[in-house]
Design a protein around this ligand. Structure first.
Ligand code: MRU
Length: 331
């Protein structure tokens, strides 16, 4: 099943409910979509690209317009709101901008709707195709019997289907290689334990859950051969990805474990550097509560960045749908 699709409105797997329940929810308005993005019901850079694309299409259908000018103004405003709902993954605004640009070329209300939806469907379709290509290309880096460490969730649920870093594992397994995956919990929202473990087990792929803090001992004991992670934005000097990726890359470098980043080309934002990118900071409740249970004194000061930056000097290679890029990264 696809993580996100269109059937008269946007439907998506509500990832906040996993692993307990695989529930599909409808977003009938841009407001509902933005709420879903903010609470991470849909998440992961490539899935956000499709969400942004479908979001502009949704803006064209969500109400009646008295003129094409009114409609286009609504599209432009909605596009801005959707793109800014999460700031770090560049893919969200890539999806939004692509569909907005096409839609604004329409000459009637019906034509704008048709163009917007067609382009959004293309964005979603292309995501699945490029992930399969990333998978095939990246699988060359995996040997039979490898133990792979991964972070956050970069699989079907982080994309429209298949996945990027996890898509590589999937492709290697499909080719008949025996692969063992170690999944980090990925505190505080546990995309690793909730989503990566869920989807790999569903596909019958060998997965072992570890705490984020166990990375060092795993590498010291030589239990991990390679690390594969995804990316939210790749800039001239490094990679933005889920908080904890940088620490993982340092541990990998210290232990000489290859550290691979897999991402579609749309994640490359090469006019920018580290200082140009906003790292999303999330709420304190993510750290001090587990459900209703307090995990810390209620009034403790909290710093909760959702992403971090890993310099390219720690990255062994970047795998895209067009091939593998190795250092010195002359993009
Ligand atoms: O906050 P999230 O869950 O959207 O963060 C996701 C990640 O950091 C992923 O590693 C990244 O988007 C790549 S997904 C193929």
């Amino acid at each position: 099943m696809r993580t996100i699709f269109w059937k008269e409105c946007i439907w998506l797997i509500d990832q906040t409910k996993l692993p307990e329940k695989e529930e599909i929810i409808a977003c009938r308005t841009v407001k509902e979509l933005i709420e879903a993005i903010k609470k991470l019901a849909i998440r992961g850079a490539p899935a956000l690209e499709a969400a942004g694309a479908y979001g502009v299409a949704l803006a064209s259908f969500e109400k009646e317009f008295s003129s094409i000018e009114e409609m286009k103004e609504h599209l432009i405003n909605s596009a801005r709101l959707i793109a800014s709902s999460r700031p770090t993954a560049v893919n969200l605004s890539v999806g939004v901008e692509r569909v907005l640009k096409k839609a604004l070329s329409g000459n009637s209300i019906d034509e704008v709707r048709e163009i917007a939806l067609r382009e959004a469907e293309k964005v979603a379709e292309e995501d699945v195709e490029r992930n399969k290509r990333i998978g095939k290309i990246g699988a060359k880096l995996i040997d039979d019997g490898d133990a792979i460490l991964t972070y956050c969730n970069t699989g079907r649920l982080a994309t429209v289907d298949w996945g990027t870093a996890l898509g590589i594992v999937r492709s290697a397994v499909e080719e008949g290689k025996r692969v063992k995956v170690f999944a980090c919990e990925t505190r505080p929202l546990n995309q690793g334990s909730r989503l990566t473990c869920y989807e790999l087990m569903k596909d019958g792929i060998d997965v072992t859950l570890i705490t984020d803090a166990a990375v060092g001992i795993l590498m010291r004991k030589r239990l991990v051969k390679k690390v594969f992670v995804g990316a939210d934005r790749i800039v001239q000097d490094g990679v933005f990805n889920k908080i904890g990726t940088f620490t993982l890359a340092i541990a990998a470098s210290y232990h000489r474990v290859p550290f691979y980043v897999a991402a579609p080309k749309s994640t490359l934002d090469l006019t920018k550097t580290e200082k140009d990118v906003v790292i999303e900071e999330r709420g304190r409740e993510e750290l001090i509560y587990c459900g209703n249970r307090l995990l810390a004194p209620k009034d403790v000061k909290v710093y909760n960045p959702a992403f971090d930056f890993t310099p390219l000097s720690l990255v062994s290679a970047i795998i895209t749908e067009d091939g593998i890029i190795y250092p010195p990264y002359n993009f």
